[in-house]
Design a protein around this ligand. Structure first.
Ligand SMILES: NC(=O)C1=CN([C@@H]2O[C@H](COP(=O)(O)OP(=O)(O)OC[C@H]3O[C@@H](n4cnc5c(N)ncnc54)[C@H](O)[C@@H]3O)[C@@H](O)[C@H]2O)[C@@H](O)CC1
Ligand SMILES: Nc1ncnc2c1ncn2[C@@H]1O[C@H](COP(=O)(O)OP(=O)(O)O)[C@@H](O)[C@H]1O
Ligand SMILES: [K+]
Length: 489
């Protein structure tokens, strides 16, 4: 698990490292630039490099990277953009160091913009985490020119012009990189779908910033890049791992019920009962023999709430439909459930339509909407940051855990913490993947994980299995069933 910091916290992190390690700021810049160059060369070993520098510390990095590349006999052209009379102290030191070994060009107006060789990659070291306003004048012109170059662009730390943790206005001019190699930790901006073109592929380059600072600094944003699981006790029995009820399916959507049930069983539940419309009985018994199966009196839909007393946890919604009888069934489930439930798909759509049901959601329940379902629940949003704020308000108000599913699924907790997930891929964007997730999370709660843990771990393992499925079959060929087959605990 990594913490995600805002721009001010990142500045403090640098300062803390400088004071406590201790290391001079120019040596920290050197360390960062060496780490960047190492990774850059593993991506682009046979190219020339054209480096555009601003005059802050991001530009200082660019100058140091240029010197390191030149010392390895790489062909490097360096351009400093003259947008300001001021420059940072470490920029100036690196300028002098570089000017001793090569020509440093300046760009004061567009006529100074070079013709870049076709064998070159562009390194963007114009602005970093210190950006605080939209770019104008020569900076804007140069960024536009770079974006038009059609050459691979690699941003140092963050694309120039992109804010670390705030939304950008529609008309901001920002570098559109192919890669962002960011220092130490992910930035919130990278995780917002609207910023895709300003991030490209991204990865963290460790530069040895203080781990003590990271431990002691409070944030509400986290990056889940690993999870830890409870050990399964040696003398355990099936009762140890809970009895889950999955109330799922309707005529034509029994497949959703089957997928959620299989995923639940593959995720360690002790006992599973599926509660389905009677039309699904044979299908369920034949395809998931490990699950018990109880049927609703209605043929094609769920209509009556079963006795819930013996169940540790209830998952409800996959393939449910929204008939009036099913609405009544859902209301009864919400009224009778004594502990958190996992709510997915049509359970959420029904709640969105019947807002009086919101108050009935048991505390610490988990809601797993995809973007359309989320919009029905919370209304439209202005941008991804606004969406996150709206979900936080909703989560706190109804004391529930809300997922914003998709790439980097965000798990929003009632305490206002947000966990962004690192696993998963676009091959999972196919009907049924969400049913699998519901089964996994339900199983984890059955085994005694808290709702928060179950959501974070479940989403991570779901994505991890999806990544393994994609590796084996490719994103286009993989099915939700393959995600289930690839689950490893
Ligand atoms: N401080 C440190 O020790 C380290 C910093 N590093 C680098 O330093 C960067 C942050 O450096 P800075 O804080 O100097 O930030 P920048 O290099 O992003 O530059 C910020 C400067 O530009 C000005 N500015 C902001 N937005 C502008 C705009 N739209 N138009 C014109 N000027 C604008 C600001 O007023 C400030 O003077 C990081 O992104 C990273 O690349 C790395 O060297 C690692 C170590
Ligand atoms: N582009 C993507 N990258 C990563 N994960 C994705 C992507 N698209 C979808 N997913 C994941 O796949 C699942 C899809 O869920 P959902 O849309 O509810 O499917 P369904 O309702 O058809 O079962 C979610 O867990 C989501 O995070
Ligand atoms: K940059």
């Amino acid at each position: 698990m990594k913490k995600i910091f805002d721009a001010q916290q990142i500045r403090n992190w640098d300062a803390y490292t400088i004071a406590q390690e201790p290391i001079t700021s120019i040596d920290l810049m050197e360390r960062a630039s060496e780490a960047f160059t190492d990774r850059l060369l593993s991506l682009f070993s046979d190219t020339d490099f054209t480096i555009f520098c601003g005059k802050g510390n991001n530009g200082g990095d660019g100058l140091a990277i240029a010197r390191i590349l030149a010392s390895m006999n790489k062909k490097v052209e360096v351009y400093v953009i003259e947008y300001s009379a001021q420059a940072s102290a470490d920029f100036l030191i690196n300028y002098d160091r570089l000017a001793k070994i090569t020509t440093v060009h300046t760009i004061s107006s567009l006529k100074d913009f070079p013709v870049i060789g076709q064998n070159s990659v562009v390194v963007d070291a114009i602005l970093g985490s210190g950006v605080n306003r939209p770019v104008e004048g020569i900076l804007k012109d140069v960024i536009q020119k770079i974006n038009q170059s059609k050459l691979p662009i690699i941003s140092v730390d963050i694309a120039s012009g992109l804010y670390v943790s705030q939304p950008i206005a529609g008309d901001n001019t920002i570098i559109c990189p192919d890669y962002t190699l960011t220092f130490e930790a992910p930035k919130l901006a990278f995780l917002m779908p609207q910023n895709l073109q300003y991030v490209g592929e991204w990865e963290c380059v460790p530069i040895g910033l203080s781990s003590k600072y990271a431990q002691n600094t409070i944030t509400s944003y986290f990056w889940t890049d690993m999870v830890s699981l409870k050990k399964r006790a040696k003398f355990s029995h099936k009762g140890t791992f809970g009895h889950a009820l999955l109330a799922v399916g309707s005529y034509g959507s029994i497949g959703a019920a089957v997928l959620s049930a299989k995923a639940c069983l593959r995720s360690g539940v002790g006992l599973l009962t599926t509660y389905i419309p009677s039309c699904g009985y044979q299908i369920m018994q034949a395809s998931v023999p490990e699950a018990m199966c109880q049927t609703d009196p209605a043929e094609k839909e769920l209509s009556i709430c079963p006795n819930l007393e013996k169940y540790t946890v209830i998952g409800v919604g996959c393939g449910l439909g929204k008939s009036n009888k099913t609405k009544a069934f859902l209301k009864a489930i919400l009224q009778q459930a004594k502990s958190p439930i996992v709510l997915d798909a049509d359970a959420l759509n029904i709640i969105a339509e019947e807002s009086n049901l919101l108050e009935l959601i048991p505390p610490k329940s988990i809601l797993t909407p995809h973007p359309k379902e989320l919009q029905r629940l919370i209304g439209a949003w202005e941008n991804d940051f606004d969406k996150l704020e709206k979900v936080k308000v909703f989560s706190q108000k109804y004391d529930c855990i809300v997922l914003i599913k998709g790439m980097y699924t965000a798990i929003v907790l009632p305490n206002q913490e947000v966990y962004f997930n690192s696993t998963g891929n676009a091959g999972m964007a196919t009907g049924g993947s969400g049913d699998v997730l519901t089964g996994i999370i339900t199983a984890l709660i059955a085994q005694g994980y808290s709702s928060e843990e179950a959501a974070i771990i479940g989403v991570f393992k779901h994505g991890e299995a999806g990544d393994m499925a994609a590796q084996e079959r490719g994103q286009m060929a993989m099915l939700p069933s393959d995600i289930i087959e690839k689950l490893r605990w």
